[in-house]
Design a protein around this ligand. Structure first.
Ligand SMILES: [Fe+2]
Length: 210
């Protein structure tokens, strides 16, 4: 099986489509948790740079860090536009697990496996971002969908360059990337599950009037 076929999120389609993107409370929770884990993107890339064994890789992490810089604030401003304040949303345990594991992986195995986490998020944005973006846009308008808009637009190119990079890895590095990719899918699903259970506890606010 080709590398590209192994890096598939096709199995997530049905799962993502049955989530309540048009439920304002669900989308708020998702934005808040997105804010928490994206707050670690530049730190994780800095950590990778520290562990990188060659100058080229270090440079790539620096460039990627610039691209990710400030993205957490976009999630935060989308949240504000839905009249919600991050102080009312704690960081879920599933969210902390999602990014914290990456520090552990990098510390134990070096920077290379981190590409599995990056690819999971970028392929998610490329393959499923357009559906989620359309749901959210239909429900709340463009103003609260900037985080999704940016990632749907940018991550198509990012996936291609990440796969080209992965092809230069050794077989054992590739298998660590795949392992991390698959781990990250399940950890990300746990975040969505926790967002979903958090809205069950809150009154159901099924959009409509914006
Ligand atoms: Fe980003």
């Amino acid at each position: 099986m080709s590398l590209e076929n192994q890096l598939s999120l096709d199995g997530l389609e049905g799962y993502l489509q049955q989530l309540s993107w048009r439920n304002r409370n669900f989308y708020r929770s998702w934005l808040a948790q997105t804010y928490y884990y994206t707050s670690h993107s530049t730190r994780l890339l800095e950590f990778c740079e520290f562990y990188a064994s060659d100058a080229e890789a270090a440079q790539r992490y620096r460039e990627h860090r610039q691209e990710e810089n400030g993205h957490e604030r976009i999630a935060l401003s989308d949240l504000r536009r839905l009249d919600a304040d991050i102080v009312h949303y704690g960081e879920q345990l599933s969210t902390r697990t999602f990014y914290w594991e990456q520090y552990e992986v990098i510390r134990k195995y070096g920077d290379r496996p981190f590409l599995g986490y990056v690819l999971m998020l970028e392929i998610l944005a490329r393959d499923h971002g357009p559906y989620i973006f359309n749901e959210v846009r239909a429900a709340y308008g463009d103003r609260s969908a900037n985080f999704l808009k940016i990632h749907v637009e940018e991550d198509v190119d990012h996936v291609n360059s990440a796969i080209r990079l992965l092809e230069t890895f050794t077989d054992s590095e590739k298998s660590k990337v795949l392992e991390n990719f698959n781990w990250s899918i399940n950890a990300y699903k746990a975040i969505l599950d926790e967002c979903r259970s958090s809205i069950k506890e809150a009154p159901n606010e099924n959009l409509a009037a914006v």
